[in-house]
Design a protein around this ligand. Structure first.
Ligand SMILES: NC(=O)c1ccc[n+]([C@@H]2O[C@H](COP(=O)([O-])OP(=O)(O)OC[C@H]3O[C@@H](n4cnc5c(N)ncnc54)[C@H](OP(=O)(O)O)[C@@H]3O)[C@@H](O)[C@H]2O)c1
Length: 187
């Protein structure tokens, strides 16, 4: 796939590394030329601070037909004004309807390496776009995650951010550290 990542911090760097290793064509967009970087790509990944969600969405250019994957979380209330989560802010400020939330529920360290011993972590995705979820699932598998579970539609964007907080709470506040992650067991 041809992927543009906006945000070259912990998350953007980790995902770019994994997807390039899996054979994808990845460009990391520079501030000031975001629309130019996004234009030739079919998938756009947003990995900036949540506060910048509206500004970044408005700088993407025409996103019609592109899949947008939102990796952002509102941290300590520091998010886009007037929105309860970053994905709603993106949907309200760009043309694409194929906007999904994924990769936000685990640490950037796990995106760089989701393998724990003989097992790999699971991921979660939500959004109304079936196509967006298919693309996010494939990119989750290509990044090395074991499975990407469908959590539901757009109504669950906030739930996904809360689930991220569950990880942050265990990792940072309860002292377990960042080398932890979620895996779903079934029988
Ligand atoms: N870190 C994690 O473990 C983790 C896990 C899951 C989800 N997330 C979420 O993923 C997002 C990114 O986290 P991160 O840790 O990668 O952050 P980070 O290391 O601080 O990187 C943020 C990136 O966004 C860029 N940026 C900031 N404001 C921008 C703007 N207005 N326009 C364009 N680019 C802008 C920054 O560029 P400059 O360097 O030029 O400022 C930087 O490249 C956050 O929303 C976070 O909540 C993080």
């Amino acid at each position: 796939m041809k992927i543009a990542i906006v945000g070259s911090g912990n998350v953007g760097t980790a995902l770019a590394k994994q997807w390039r290793a899996a054979g994808h064509d990845v460009v990391v967009a520079e501030r000031g030329s975001i629309a130019e970087s996004v234009s030739p790509n079919e998938v756009v990944v947003l990995a900036t601070p949540a506060k910048a969600a509206v500004e970044v969405a408005q700088q993407l250019g025409d996103t019609t037909g592109k899949v947008i994957i939102d990796v952002m979380n509102i941290v300590r209330g520091n998010g886009p004004e007037g929105y309860g989560n970053t994905t709603d802010a993106i949907l309200a400020n760009t043309a694409s309807r194929d906007v999904v939330k994924c990769f936000n529920t685990t640490g950037a360290n796990n995106m760089a390496d989701p393998v724990y011993g003989t097992q790999a972590l699971d991921l979660f995705v939500c959004g109304d776009s079936v196509r967006g979820k298919q693309v996010a699932r494939q990119l989750g598998l290509d990044a090395g995650f074991a499975e990407v579970y469908d959590v539901g539609g757009n109504e669950h964007f906030t739930l996904m951010e809360q689930f991220a907080w569950f990880w942050i709470n265990l990792a940072m506040r309860q002292g377990l550290g960042r080398e932890i992650g979620f895996k779903l067991l079934k029988r």
